[in-house]
Design a protein around this ligand. Sequence first.
Ligand code: ATP
Ligand code: MG
Ligand code: ZN
Length: 321
Amino acid sequence: MGNCFSCLKDNVNGFCSACEKRLFDRSKVNPQLNFNWEDVSKVIDGHPAGFSISGVQTKGFIGKATGTELSPNLKDEENSIYIIKPILSRFDLPSDSPANEHVTMQMAKQLYRIKTAECCFMKFTNGTPAHVTRRFDYNKDEEKLNQEDFASILKVQKDNHGKYKYNAKSYEDFGDVLNSLNKVEFIKILIFNFLTGNGDAHLKNFSFLETPDGDMQLSPAYDLMNTKIHVNDSPIALNLFLEFERTSLPRGQTYTYTIKDFIELARRFKIGDRLVKIIVNDFEGTDDKMKKMINKSFLSNTAKKKYIETVDNNFAQLFKV
Ligand SMILES: Nc1ncnc2c1ncn2[C@@H]1O[C@H](COP(=O)(O)OP(=O)(O)OP(=O)(O)O)[C@@H](O)[C@H]1O
Ligand SMILES: [Mg+2]
Ligand SMILES: [Zn+2]
């Protein structure tokens, strides 16, 4: 018996029944996959359409199969209900990336009630770890929902190297298109990203998703992870403010974020003071809860230590008086 491969609940063999139902719509799914990453990448190579979801990291689409297994043998992306990511192909502690994304997503969901994509940790047949997420752009009837990321919504073009410039927009720019409820959720995600050391929350890591009423709302959060475990990147991906507080500083100077910055962004978003207080209180003093979940996660001991260091440093910085 160990921890549930999705919610990390104690004394579970594989997945707990609630997670099996939520993730797979059935019971008895084995977190041990009966295929390897090569079986997925083979399908990707054979079917270029399967690669249309953008992103830097390699990932593939897998689908449901009968019985108790997931299947890599999809004819096209349409049959795919899940996105599977293998370990990173470069950077530090690459084998820890699936467990890193998994525990970060679970903390967002369970500790702060941030709406997140459903996800779990799994293992390929050869024992290497994988991160699996259930696609939120398909509804229960497996109909495709419209999804549009913020590079496209904010009309940001690729640069000469084919990349989206981090500095083309600030998080404050998102306020132009988010409704009030979305703004509250967005501020929560930004504070969470800061505390968990996510320096990769770029324009394509936020999307709008079609609702049952047909309007577009902020999608569940995805691709949340502590990037500091793998790479020494900036504290947050984009600047918070229109005035580009961090990247406009002279070379060598650093911007030290505190909770006041996030409160200022909330004010610019016209979120009322009472609500801002509730949001901040929701995070303050919760470092122990985070550390408890990190210790229960599938991270290696070295990665757990690094993650806990990130949490300690970032809580101290954000909430220092
Ligand atoms: N659960 C999900 N449901 C639907 N779409 C998703 C889901 N998770 C991710 N996506 C989409 O797939 C894209 C790639 O996923 P993700 O950001 O997790 O991968 P990545 O390769 O790590 O990206 P990056 O370029 O940030 O490294 C996202 O930008 C998003 O559009
Ligand atoms: Mg991404
Ligand atoms: Zn569970």
